[in-house]
Design a protein around this ligand. Structure first.
Ligand SMILES: [Zn+2]
Length: 249
């Protein structure tokens, strides 16, 4: 569940930003809930997939609170949201893994066990670029988004160092770049003008979230396009996604 569709407004005009990384060979996007990855970086992932990048998803929680129906069958909801997440990944052109850690929605902690799991999947999937929530985004209300952001950062530190979790039996892996979406201080922009349709298709694959997150579909699409346009204005393109970029990992 995303509390806002898209991303905060970009920082003041005139600030230095980088743009358009070369498409990596492998990328791993780590979200708190099914649909967070598509909101945060769906256009960028679709662009890289089209360039031959293997896109992987890691979803930390089971999405079991993504309904306003107090009587909803949560086991069924979890299964539905997993199917939707796989369909969304396919809509982005993903050919990689879609992994679910399955922690209870709303109760994700950035603890050692969770860090162990995130580090394991970074070592297994060997992404060049990792993408995730910005844990330092001010006034971010949702605890899962904050904690998933910390897990991304802490998981990278553990994955790259051989003295963390040697019992995993996986070689250490150091990604080159971390991109944080909904960033408090965005300094990197990806032009996704040709991939707005793919991002929308992936978002709309999360059918069960129409009521709680998306509302009226034509207005939802309009809001997503407006957000992408705001970010695109920074680099004079029609649509873009913004990130905080860390590349000394
Ligand atoms: Zn979410």
């Amino acid at each position: 569940m995303s509390d806002v569709p898209g991303q905060p407004a970009p920082a003041e005009a005139g600030a230095t930003v980088s743009r358009d990384l070369p498409a990596p060979g492998r990328a791993l996007a780590i979200g708190a809930h099914p649909d967070d990855v598509e909101f945060g970086c769906g256009g960028t992932l679709a662009k890289w997939a089209a360039a031959g990048c293997t896109i992987n998803h890691l979803i930390c929680t089971d999405g079991s609170k993504g309904s306003w129906d107090a009587k909803a069958d949560t086991a069924k909801l979890v299964a539905t949201r997993q199917d939707e997440q796989r369909a969304a990944a396919a809509a982005l052109g993903s050919t990689g893994e879609v992994v679910f850690l399955g922690w209870p929605d709303g109760e994700l902690e950035a603890g050692l066990r969770q860090r162990w799991e995130v580090a394991y999947w970074i070592r297994r999937l060997k992404p060049d670029i990792v993408l995730g929530h910005d844990p330092w985004r001010r006034y971010c209300l949702h605890p899962d988004h904050r904690n998933a952001g910390f897990l991304v950062c802490d998981g990278i530190v553990a994955a790259r160092d051989p003295h963390f979790f040697p019992e995993q039996g996986e070689a250490p892996h150091r990604p080159t770049t971390l991109l944080l979406w909904e960033a408090d201080e965005p300094d990197h922009v990806e032009d996704v003008t040709a991939f707005v349709g793919a991002k929308l298709a992936a978002l709309l694959a999360h059918t069960s979230q129409f009521e709680t997150t998306m509302g009226e579909l034509d207005q939802f699409e309009q809001r997503v396009r407006e957000r992408l346009a705001e970010h695109g204005a920074r680099i004079d393109v029609t649509a873009a996604e913004s990130f905080k970029k860390l590349d000394r990992l």
